[in-house]
Design a protein around this ligand. Sequence first.
Ligand SMILES: Cc1cc2nc3c(=O)[nH]c(=O)nc-3n(C[C@H](O)[C@H](O)[C@H](O)COP(=O)(O)OP(=O)(O)OC[C@H]3O[C@@H](n4cnc5c(N)ncnc54)[C@H](O)[C@@H]3O)c2cc1C
Length: 492
Amino acid sequence: MPVQTNNGDYMSIWNKRKINRKRIELSKDLNVDILVIGAGITGMTTAYYLRHEKNLCVIDANIVGNGVTLNTTAKINYFQERIYTKIISSRDYDIAKKYLESQLDAIDNIKNIIESENIECDFKCVPSYVFANKKSEVEPLKKEVSFLRKNRINVLEKNLPDKIKSYISFCVNDTYIFNPIKYLEGIYKILKDNNIQVYENSKIIKIEKSNDEYICYGTKYKIKAKKVIIATHYPYFLIPLFLPIKTYIEQSYIIVSRVKKDGKFTCISSNTPTYSCRFYCDKENIYQISLSESHNTAFKQNDSYHFKRVKEIFNLKDSDIVSSYTNVDIMTTDRMPYIGKLKDNMYIACGYNTWGMTNGVLASKIISDLVMGIENKYTKLFNPMRFNLSNITSMPYILFSQTKSFLGTKLNKNKDWYNRVKFYKKNGKNLATYKDKNGFNHTVYNKCPHLGCSLIFNEEEKTWDCPCHSSRFDIDGNCIKGPSNYDISYKG
Ligand SMILES: Cc1cc2nc3c(=O)[nH]c(=O)nc-3n(C[C@H](O)[C@H](O)[C@H](O)COP(=O)(O)OP(=O)(O)OC[C@H]3O[C@@H](n4cnc5c(N)ncnc54)[C@H](O)[C@@H]3O)c2cc1C
């Protein structure tokens, strides 16, 4: 999701990278045994685990690590708000226990990769706090802690070392932070050393089954593959996963500011409104990465308002702010990701509920084991085809929010927040125009090619955003994030 600031710098703190390598685009038809689509944390780590397999390649519509992984806060953490009590109520105690085990295993796995491969990615062990920012949250948070303690996790009751107001806070000491893009660049190098090709700026727009292989169509070339791994964050197809009725999209607002002292901890509130922060040091500066205002995209408001709230919550001074950006993730109704086999020789991983550093690595291990025919104890737990009671009980909320975002945009509500944006009809087509500061008009088709929702203009990041399933287009309508595979540029 490359979003540019006015001075030309990409916004995410992790995007301060120098890419000296040549990007290789797909320039001819290919025949491979295994194709990994998507080069975020999921796709790249899966390719890493499969690096000794024959005839494997990775393909990405953009460059390595330019999707959701680019804008993450990159905490590697198993103390995830109140996820375990939520899983107990949506599923049961044993499943929550297994989810905890899977997160601890994923942390071990990522630690092993980074340490054994000597990947320089600012990987550090720091304590992680979860705190109640409302009085009514104290008892639910205590229940979460009691679950963790029963499962032999050493959780301490400890005050937050910061100015953030909390009613109670707990901490664990064996959690980590890193720079996810340095990690992915490290994995890229290992893949290259193993002669695995990573194609960038090469989008897959359609996949068809033909006998015992898949034909994956790019914009110019096609790839025939025996096995396909879909690691694209939100898949573009509906069937057989039916993601729009099992999930919703959550958007959050992130501000990076310069600070004088490295806090050496991470923290997150146990429930909404989410307050979360961590620190990052590069050679020159120390940064605080603050996040808040998370919401279902169906209930999106003016982005400037949300960024203003983050500033207020964390008491951030304008002069210290380096960049601000949004990010989205897929939230599942039972708070468990969808990982595994979709159909014969096709695999998928998504729905990480904003915990994709652990779950992306977990997914990579499960899928690579499936591909190599190795038994994995988590295969059944995260089966992507599962349908359970939580899908039914959450259905009214999911349907309401999906209908709201679809009809809301169609009825032209919440769209004219900014007077530089106009929505109108021309020759029967719905169009939208943004007039930039220099008076130049940027016109796009006001219809997301994925499922037809109308778009919202994001004045802060200068993108056209789809509130239904989080497709994103740059100011001139070039698609920068799926599930849409097509642009909305208007050349009329
Ligand atoms: C605000 C926020 C903060 C977060 N913080 C944390 C955190 O601290 N810790 C944590 O564990 N998790 C966090 N997460 C979650 C985590 O960032 C994501 O779950 C994770 O990055 C998803 O990784 P991915 O590889 O599945 O997707 P992505 O990183 O989006 O990778 C998908 C790739 O697929 C490519 N692609 C898409 N469509 C196509 C196509 N048609 N053809 C070819 N390529 C395609 C894209 O270009 C992209 O590179 C956070 C999420 C949010 C929203």
